[in-house]
Design a binder for this molecule. Structure first.
Ligand code: DX5
Ligand code: ZN
Length: 214
């Protein structure tokens, strides 16, 4: 499968959000990645529903909402109503993982399950038969512009093997510190979707940066 590149809006200059969305859409990126942070599950607070409501008028690419919020079940309907294509939530933030997955899928959206760097893959194996995507965080969630953690690579490899051995229809996404060098490492380990924020938004030529990730 062709590597999917998701542009993380967290790295955009919010004073020029519309321009940055257009830039991302023209760059050859495949998805828009929308990071929602609640100041509880992660220390940072990013943006939420009102901003998405406005910018979704401009976005033509599929939107994947990455919910870094406690008790995500509370927000699934709201994001589904805003027209996102997929919702990814954190294993560590939900009390009933299966209920959240079922809720996302009941809205006909791609359901993604994410793990922080310290959470072992074994914890999410039981849910792999019912999700569409897994997201391996390759930095601690909460901030853009961090350095990639190479100790997360074995998790991508482990998931790739499990998914292939069991012929599951699950795609593997990675998020955090993805650039020209680290993209080669995660692709090698079997990642299908690469989220990139600061590397592509800070590039002089965003199209060239996106191409360099594939
Ligand atoms: C971090 C977010 C990421 C972030 C990635 O918690 O989930 O999506 O925007 O940013 P970079 O690519 O700058 O590491
Ligand atoms: Zn993210």
């Amino acid at each position: 499968m062709k590597t999917i590149i998701a542009a993380s809006l967290l790295a955009a200059d919010f004073a020029y959000l519309a321009d940055n969305i257009k830039r991302a859409e023209k760059s050859g990126a495949d998805w828009i990645h929308y990071d929602v942070m609640d100041g509880m599950f992660v220390r940072n607070i990013s943006f939420g529903e009102p901003v998405l409501k406005s910018v979704s008028k401009l976005i033509t690419l599929p939107v994947d909402a990455h919910l870094m919020i406690m008790d995500p079940i509370r927000y699934i309907d709201n994001y589904a109503d805003l027209g996102v294509n997929g919702i990814t939530f954190h294993f560590e933030a939900a009390s009933d993982t299966q209920t959240v997955i079922d809720k996302i899928r009941s809205r006909n959206l791609r359901a993604g399950l994410s793990v922080k760097p310290a959470t072992p893959v074994s914890m999410i194996i039981p849910y792999l038969h019912s999700v569409d995507m897994v997201l391996v965080m390759t930095v601690e969630p909460g901030f853009g512009g961090q350095v990639f953690l190479p100790e997360t690579l074995h998790k991508v490899k482990e998931l790739r093997k499990y998914i292939d051995d069991n012929k599951l229809d699950v795609i593997i996404q990675v998020d955090g510190g993805i650039n020209k060098e680290t993209s080669a490492m995660v692709r090698e380990c079997g990642a299908d979707v690469l989220v990139s924020g600061s590397y592509i938004f800070n590039a002089e030529d965003m199209s060239e940066a996106v191409r360099s990730l594939r």
